[in-house]
Design a protein around this ligand. Sequence first.
Ligand code: ASP
Length: 440
Amino acid sequence: MTKRIVCKFGGSSVADATQFQKIKALVAADKKRRVIVVSAPGKRNSKETKLTDLLYSTYDLASKGLDFSTPWTLIRERYLGICTDLGIKTHVTDDLNALEKKLKSQDPDVTTDFLVSRGEFLCARIMAEYLGATFVDAFPMIAFDDRYRVTAKSYVDIAASLSDENALYVVPGFYGSDLQGQVKTFSRGGSDITGAILANALEASCYENWTDVSGMLMADPRIVAGALPIEYVSYREIRELSYSGASVLHDESIAPCRAKNIPINIRNTNRPEDVGTIIGPTPAETKRPITGVAGRKGFSMIYIEKGMMNKEIGFGRRILAVLENEGLSYELCPSAIDSMSIVVDTKALAAVQETVLEDIQLQMRPDRIKVFPGIGLIATVGHGMTNKVGIAAKLFTALAKDEINVRIIDQGSSQINIIVGVDENQMEKAIGAIYEAFVA
Ligand code: ASP
């Protein structure tokens, strides 16, 4: 038997009965699509609330002994509506009634994570019934250790639980079990991770991640109108791009696929004819030096200056230890002979700024220390930049032409990424200029 494809369908792909029908057609169209992971139903229009969020609200009210009927009614209507429209009988009414009873009695078994996980659980139950597939619960197949990492044994359990290569399986995304035997969810958007873990455990030929966009674009279309699609991007490039703001899938879903060189294909449930974006192990063969450009706002730069800094052994380490003590992670740390700049998230810094500055002052006795907020970081990414002469010149010429002042420059030795820091309010303009220079 050829290897299986693991398909994950996101919230918008399971938002109503019509979307379920599309999924049935997609599963029928390729017999390798044997393992289906689902999110909880998402919004049908911009005014609606995702079921996961309704479940959080329900928990919030119910745990305080307050009336939770407003969000709960919407949840019930959504699931029962999907079942009615699909013309299927399910256990969902019983499941919902049982849950409601437990919520009313404030049953201690109904924790936040348990209740919220029911979004995916119920969706998967309906999907399994509709597709005539076998429902396999993620609990306890996916287990977390004491640091909430998925255990090695989980991969063995997944392979054993989904061993029949001819069977069609449906698995709820987003959760597993913790050491206490309770339901534990991943972070938001975590159904992507479930799909990736299953793809790894089953050594799938591909991890198809079905959503409502036809893959990634070379730049945010709100900034660059008509930005071109990315047909192929490597695991390394996607890390750089998604860190810098290009978000298509949960960043923790890359590693499980990367470990087994499984390609991830981002596809559009509403436009299955589009090839989407493939995220894979090797660098793409492309004529363009860059694969994409992305940016993120909300950074601050801590600038520290001290004469003869380069001779002071341990200077950098001690500064970073101050940050570590305050639980503050840093993004970039460009340094010069007598100065060092540390770029951190502005919100994270706000909580500890006073202590951090005081400690640095006390321990390092700098000549000058200053915080510059309002920085936007832009990553220009592409294997095509490696060993090419003139890339930086082109980039900075484009920025200069548009009168954009560059505050930070960072190029890793891998040469697949050039990061520039600019004033936040110039970020969009800078992304446009870079795109124009390399792509348009
Ligand atoms: N339903 C969860 C969320 O909204 C997980 C997911 O959709 O991936 O975050």
